[in-house]
Design a protein around this ligand. Structure first.
Ligand code: HEM
Length: 147
Protein backbone atom coordinates (compact mmCIF):
# COMPACT_ATOMS: atom_id res chain seq x y z
CA UNK A 1 0.00 0.00 0.00
CA UNK A 2 3.01 2.27 0.59
CA UNK A 3 4.27 2.02 -3.00
CA UNK A 4 1.12 3.46 -4.65
CA UNK A 5 1.20 6.29 -2.07
CA UNK A 6 4.82 7.13 -2.95
CA UNK A 7 4.02 6.90 -6.66
CA UNK A 8 1.02 9.25 -6.34
CA UNK A 9 3.04 11.77 -4.30
CA UNK A 10 5.90 11.50 -6.82
CA UNK A 11 3.53 12.13 -9.74
CA UNK A 12 1.86 15.17 -8.14
CA UNK A 13 5.20 16.68 -7.10
CA UNK A 14 6.59 15.99 -10.61
CA UNK A 15 3.66 17.69 -12.31
CA UNK A 16 3.95 20.77 -10.05
CA UNK A 17 7.72 21.01 -10.62
CA UNK A 18 7.62 20.32 -14.37
CA UNK A 19 4.62 22.69 -14.68
CA UNK A 20 6.53 25.46 -12.89
CA UNK A 21 9.58 25.08 -15.14
CA UNK A 22 7.44 24.97 -18.31
CA UNK A 23 5.46 28.04 -17.17
CA UNK A 24 8.67 30.00 -16.56
CA UNK A 25 10.08 29.15 -19.99
CA UNK A 26 7.00 28.99 -22.25
CA UNK A 27 4.91 31.79 -20.70
CA UNK A 28 7.11 34.21 -18.76
CA UNK A 29 9.75 34.54 -21.47
CA UNK A 30 7.11 35.61 -24.00
CA UNK A 31 5.15 37.84 -21.55
CA UNK A 32 8.44 39.66 -20.85
CA UNK A 33 8.36 41.21 -24.36
CA UNK A 34 4.80 42.52 -23.89
CA UNK A 35 5.10 44.20 -20.47
CA UNK A 36 6.95 47.34 -19.33
CA UNK A 37 10.26 46.49 -17.60
CA UNK A 38 9.08 47.74 -14.17
CA UNK A 39 5.85 45.70 -14.25
CA UNK A 40 7.78 42.60 -15.35
CA UNK A 41 10.23 43.09 -12.49
CA UNK A 42 7.34 43.12 -9.98
CA UNK A 43 5.76 40.04 -11.59
CA UNK A 44 9.08 38.17 -11.48
CA UNK A 45 9.73 39.18 -7.88
CA UNK A 46 6.27 37.89 -6.86
CA UNK A 47 6.68 34.61 -8.73
CA UNK A 48 10.24 34.22 -7.43
CA UNK A 49 9.16 34.70 -3.81
CA UNK A 50 6.37 32.14 -4.18
CA UNK A 51 8.64 29.67 -5.98
CA UNK A 52 11.33 29.95 -3.32
CA UNK A 53 8.88 28.98 -0.57
CA UNK A 54 6.98 26.27 -2.49
CA UNK A 55 9.64 24.56 -4.64
CA UNK A 56 11.83 23.27 -1.76
CA UNK A 57 8.82 21.35 -0.38
CA UNK A 58 7.88 20.06 -3.81
CA UNK A 59 11.45 18.80 -4.33
CA UNK A 60 11.47 17.22 -0.88
CA UNK A 61 8.31 15.23 -1.72
CA UNK A 62 9.57 14.42 -5.25
CA UNK A 63 12.94 13.10 -4.11
CA UNK A 64 11.60 11.56 -0.88
CA UNK A 65 8.88 9.61 -2.72
CA UNK A 66 11.35 8.65 -5.50
CA UNK A 67 13.82 7.33 -2.91
CA UNK A 68 10.94 5.52 -1.15
CA UNK A 69 9.96 3.71 -4.35
CA UNK A 70 13.58 2.70 -5.01
CA UNK A 71 13.92 1.46 -1.45
CA UNK A 72 10.69 -0.58 -1.66
CA UNK A 73 11.10 -2.08 -5.13
CA UNK A 74 14.20 -1.19 -7.14
CA UNK A 75 17.26 -1.59 -4.88
CA UNK A 76 18.18 -4.99 -6.44
CA UNK A 77 17.70 -3.50 -9.94
CA UNK A 78 19.97 -0.57 -9.13
CA UNK A 79 22.62 -2.87 -7.63
CA UNK A 80 23.38 -4.00 -11.23
CA UNK A 81 21.88 -1.17 -13.31
CA UNK A 82 23.44 -2.26 -16.61
CA UNK A 83 21.92 -5.75 -16.36
CA UNK A 84 18.52 -4.52 -17.62
CA UNK A 85 17.17 -1.72 -19.81
CA UNK A 86 14.88 -0.67 -16.95
CA UNK A 87 17.80 -0.42 -14.52
CA UNK A 88 19.92 1.54 -17.00
CA UNK A 89 17.14 4.05 -17.73
CA UNK A 90 16.24 4.40 -14.02
CA UNK A 91 19.89 5.04 -13.15
CA UNK A 92 20.08 7.68 -15.92
CA UNK A 93 16.85 9.26 -14.66
CA UNK A 94 18.19 9.50 -11.11
CA UNK A 95 21.46 10.99 -12.42
CA UNK A 96 19.53 13.67 -14.35
CA UNK A 97 17.40 14.27 -11.22
CA UNK A 98 20.55 14.85 -9.15
CA UNK A 99 21.63 17.43 -11.75
CA UNK A 100 18.21 19.11 -11.32
CA UNK A 101 18.84 19.26 -7.57
CA UNK A 102 22.25 20.85 -8.16
CA UNK A 103 20.62 23.51 -10.39
CA UNK A 104 18.16 24.26 -7.61
CA UNK A 105 20.89 24.51 -4.95
CA UNK A 106 22.97 26.77 -7.22
CA UNK A 107 19.93 29.02 -7.81
CA UNK A 108 19.21 29.22 -4.04
CA UNK A 109 22.86 30.09 -3.38
CA UNK A 110 22.87 32.80 -6.06
CA UNK A 111 19.63 34.32 -4.71
CA UNK A 112 20.78 34.21 -1.07
CA UNK A 113 24.19 35.75 -1.87
CA UNK A 114 22.54 38.42 -4.10
CA UNK A 115 24.51 37.23 -7.12
CA UNK A 116 21.57 36.07 -9.25
CA UNK A 117 21.46 37.91 -12.59
CA UNK A 118 18.92 37.75 -15.44
CA UNK A 119 21.55 35.87 -17.49
CA UNK A 120 22.08 33.18 -14.84
CA UNK A 121 18.32 32.84 -14.32
CA UNK A 122 17.71 32.47 -18.05
CA UNK A 123 20.42 29.80 -18.29
CA UNK A 124 19.08 27.87 -15.27
CA UNK A 125 15.51 27.94 -16.65
CA UNK A 126 16.60 26.80 -20.12
CA UNK A 127 18.79 24.04 -18.71
CA UNK A 128 16.05 22.81 -16.34
CA UNK A 129 13.60 22.81 -19.25
CA UNK A 130 15.89 20.40 -21.17
CA UNK A 131 16.37 18.30 -18.02
CA UNK A 132 12.57 17.99 -17.64
CA UNK A 133 12.13 16.76 -21.21
CA UNK A 134 14.87 14.14 -20.74
CA UNK A 135 13.48 13.04 -17.34
CA UNK A 136 9.93 12.55 -18.66
CA UNK A 137 11.23 10.58 -21.67
CA UNK A 138 13.37 8.42 -19.37
CA UNK A 139 10.53 7.97 -16.83
CA UNK A 140 8.21 6.63 -19.52
CA UNK A 141 10.97 4.94 -21.54
CA UNK A 142 11.79 2.79 -18.49
CA UNK A 143 8.50 1.00 -19.02
CA UNK A 144 8.23 0.97 -22.80
CA UNK A 145 11.80 0.59 -24.09
CA UNK A 146 13.59 -2.72 -23.81
CA UNK A 147 16.78 -4.16 -25.27
C1 HEM B 1 13.33 16.22 -10.96
C2 HEM B 1 13.15 15.04 -10.42
C3 HEM B 1 12.18 13.99 -10.91
C4 HEM B 1 11.13 14.07 -11.78
C5 HEM B 1 10.62 15.30 -12.53
C6 HEM B 1 10.54 12.75 -11.87
C7 HEM B 1 9.45 12.42 -12.65
C8 HEM B 1 8.92 11.15 -12.78
C9 HEM B 1 7.81 10.79 -13.62
C10 HEM B 1 7.02 11.77 -14.50
C11 HEM B 1 7.61 9.46 -13.48
C12 HEM B 1 6.57 8.61 -14.21
C13 HEM B 1 5.50 8.14 -13.27
C14 HEM B 1 4.48 7.31 -14.00
O1 HEM B 1 4.10 7.67 -15.10
O2 HEM B 1 4.03 6.31 -13.44
C15 HEM B 1 8.59 8.96 -12.56
C16 HEM B 1 8.72 7.63 -12.17
C17 HEM B 1 9.65 7.17 -11.27
N1 HEM B 1 10.60 7.92 -10.60
FE1 HEM B 1 10.90 9.91 -10.79
N2 HEM B 1 11.25 11.90 -11.05
C18 HEM B 1 12.26 12.62 -10.46
C19 HEM B 1 13.20 12.16 -9.56
C20 HEM B 1 13.29 10.87 -9.11
C21 HEM B 1 14.26 10.37 -8.14
C22 HEM B 1 15.32 11.26 -7.47
C23 HEM B 1 14.02 9.05 -7.98
C24 HEM B 1 14.70 8.04 -7.09
C25 HEM B 1 15.59 8.32 -6.18
C26 HEM B 1 12.91 8.69 -8.83
C27 HEM B 1 12.37 7.44 -8.95
C28 HEM B 1 11.33 7.07 -9.78
C29 HEM B 1 10.82 5.72 -9.92
C30 HEM B 1 11.34 4.48 -9.18
C31 HEM B 1 9.77 5.77 -10.85
C32 HEM B 1 8.92 4.58 -11.35
C33 HEM B 1 7.62 4.57 -10.60
C34 HEM B 1 6.66 3.48 -11.09
O3 HEM B 1 5.86 3.75 -12.00
O4 HEM B 1 6.68 2.36 -10.51
N3 HEM B 1 12.49 9.82 -9.50
N4 HEM B 1 9.38 10.00 -12.13
Amino acid sequence: MLYPLFLTLHLFAALIFIGTVFFEVLFLESIRKQLPVKVMLLVEQGIGRRARTLVPWVLLVLFGAGAGMVWLRYLPTLATPLASSFGTLLMLKITVAVSVLLHFLAAMYLFRSDRMTARYLHFIHASLFCHMIVIVLLAKGMFYLAW
